[in-house]
Design a protein around this ligand. Structure first.
Ligand SMILES: [Zn+2]
Length: 248
């Protein structure tokens, strides 16, 4: 018969110091392993998180993983997390500088040295925006893949996106195609499931509470009430709840 024992440890200052140093060594090992295998490193991340909880006093000392129970503690996240993520400030600032550089260039006399200078400056600002956008997308896709076992993405139909200039601009700016590409390969790498919803899936039309299809909703409808069950929905939250069903 297998039995489990749980212990809570209260280390003295010296013991805590030893543990912290052990974590430091573990970090060294982590970085070494990272060179070889990100999957092993992922396990180390979980151990780091376990130690962090232990020192915060919210969990006991990390226990050894049992071969039989390994799956039971696999990273999953079945709670729906709705989060609207704006472009980060440093990206918005870089975009503003890019716009200024564009205007500055258009004011310069063709063929002048000042125009050449402005052209170079503009190229530099373009590069900055590109780098910041990539950096943002990489961090975001990595976090999403880290925190979730199953990720569902829905790419809106071009017609829907183009209906709304603000939306089409923000989708274009954020590099949606690149973002999905990153999610794809990271999901594959870390053994996550990435589901791409059929573009014709009626995620915004169906009531996530009762399943009634209430028909198409124009893009400016951000909230609606289900005629069948009376549930009040935020457009995006309702759509993501429907998309999450695809994960089951
Ligand atoms: Zn309903």
């Amino acid at each position: 018969m297998l039995k489990g024992y749980k212990y809570r440890l209260y280390p003295t200052a010296a013991q805590a110091d030893f543990l912290v140093r052990t974590i430091g060594c573990a970090r060294f090992v982590y970085n070494k392993l990272l060179e070889d295998s990100l999957a092993l490193a992922n396990a180390k991340l979980h151990l780091d998180a376990a130690f962090a909880k232990f020192f915060a006093g919210t969990a006991g000392f990390p226990v050894f993983k049992s071969k039989r129970k390994a799956r039971a503690s696999y990273t999953t996240n079945d709670a729906l997390v709705t989060e609207k993520i704006p472009n980060p400030r440093n990206l918005r600032e870089a975009e503003a500088r890019l716009k200024r550089a564009q205007r500055a260039l258009s004011r310069k006399k063709p063929g002048s040295r000042n125009r050449e200078k402005a052209r170079l400056l503009l190229a530099k600002k373009h590069e900055q925006v590109k780098n910041r956008r990539h950096d943002f997308l990489h961090k975001l896709s990595r976090r999403i893949v880290d925190e979730n076992q199953v990720v569902v993405v829905e790419t809106l139909k071009p017609r829907e996106m183009m209906q709304d200039r603000r939306l089409s601009k923000s989708i274009g700016d954020a590099g949606w195609g690149e973002f999905v590409r990153q999610l794809e390969y990271k999901a594959r790498f870390y053994g996550r499931t990435l589901i791409q919803a059929d573009p014709w899936f009626a995620s915004t039309q169906v009531c996530s509470a009762c399943g009634e299809n209430g028909g198409r909703k124009e893009l400016d409808v951000r909230e609606w009430t289900c005629a069948a069950c009376g549930a009040l929905h935020d457009r995006d939250v309702n759509a993501s709840l429907n998309l999450l069903r695809l994960a089951d």
